[in-house]
Write a protein that binds this ligand. Structure first.
Ligand code: NAP
Length: 286
């Protein structure tokens, strides 16, 4: 395939190396040359786009719907610049394509595919997220995970894997859910099931709390119950699940750990991106 890779973090660079290993015709733009060496950067955005069937943007594509997310590039690339230079038979794959960006792409007749719509990517990304979360917990705690009381808020992709890993390390794992079906699974796996309404009663006994719910769960009324010296690690995307200002005022150690796959395992994260991109292309080919 002729692929143009435009912008992104360490994951995108790993992705570029993996695509080259698979013998694709790869062009790069939106990176400073020394960061991607020995890969070569195209002379211009336009030449990169012209030489590609697929344009791959990062995850997330943009933090403000205007500029492409390019942490390793000193210049700026406007999202619109990409779409206006693409042809209708080229496809755009990127992460977290907002409504506004989608409208922009539609205006130029460009078909977009959002990596965040890929369930396989979300599931596999939970693996480095969980490993990164546990790494932070181990660095922050002065006791072992083994024999610690740990609460996990949310029993989705990350919550499920986190519970399994922490139980494997010998932690006393309690998992919150709001659905009775989830609570039954939590019980059947041998974790302590907690309904959302009852977390308050358990917080005074927790050494560590992981949040995976992207909605305010740990407000003042819950934070006040937390055992002194315990740690909160919030893994949820914006807005997160903790009243960070209040926690700070109360002197609670809260770590909001975002973007862990790209930070702790960029090569694995690049492989996960590659798999999803191949799946999108295979589905298009039918
Ligand atoms: P998920 O599978 O959708 O799970 C989310 C969990 O939160 C579910 O148990 C869901 O319960 C619960 N939940 C959602 N809204 C709630 C509310 N208002 N009240 C109570 N519970 C609520 O998501 P995931 O894949 O595990 O990801 C969790 C979060 O981590 C997301 O924000 C995701 O973007 C983020 N993330 C972070 C990183 C990182 O590096 N830190 C990496 C990947 C993803 P129900 O099933 O009952 O709705």
């Amino acid at each position: 395939m002729k692929i143009g890779l435009v912008g992104g973090d360490k994951r995108s660079i790993s992705l570029g190396k993996l695509l080259l290993e698979d013998n694709h015709n790869l062009k790069l733009f939106g990176f400073n040359e020394q960061v991607v060496s020995p890969l070569k950067v195209s002379k211009s955005l336009i030449s990169m786009i012209k030489g590609s069937d697929i344009v791959i943007a990062p995850l997330p594509c943009s933090n403000d719907d205007i500029l492409l997310n390019t942490p390793f590039y000193t210049g700026e690339i406007r999202m619109e610049e990409i779409f206006e230079n693409m042809k209708k038979d080229q496809i755009f794959i990127g992460g977290k394509i907002s409504k506004r960006m989608k409208e922009m792409a539609n205006h130029y007749g460009i078909t977009t595919f959002d990596l965040l719509d890929r369930e396989e990517l979300a599931i596999l990304n939970a693996i480095p997220t969980v490993e990164g979360g546990i790494q932070i917990a181990m660095e922050e705690m002065d006791t072992t995970i083994h024999n610690s009381n740990i609460m996990i808020l949310g029993f989705g992709r990350i919550g499920k894997l986190l519970a399994k890993s922490l139980q494997g390390l010998g932690g006393n794992v309690f998992v919150e859910a709001r659905k009775h079906e989830d609570l039954a699974w939590i019980k059947s796996y041998g974790y302590g099931p907690l309904h959302l309404k009852e977390i308050k009663n358990y917080l005074p006994n927790m050494d560590l709390v992981f949040n995976t719910i992207p909605s305010m769960i740990l407000g003042e009324e819950n934070l006040i119950e937390l055992k002194k010296g315990s740690i909160i690690i919030d893994l949820a995307s914006k807005p997160g699940g903790v009243d960070f200002d209040m926690a700070k005022k109360m002197g609670i150690n809260v770590i909001w750990a975002l973007g862990l796959p790209g930070k702790v395992a960029p090569v694995t994260a690049g492989e996960i991106l590659k798999e999803s991109i191949y799946n999108i292309v295979a589905e298009l080919e039918g």
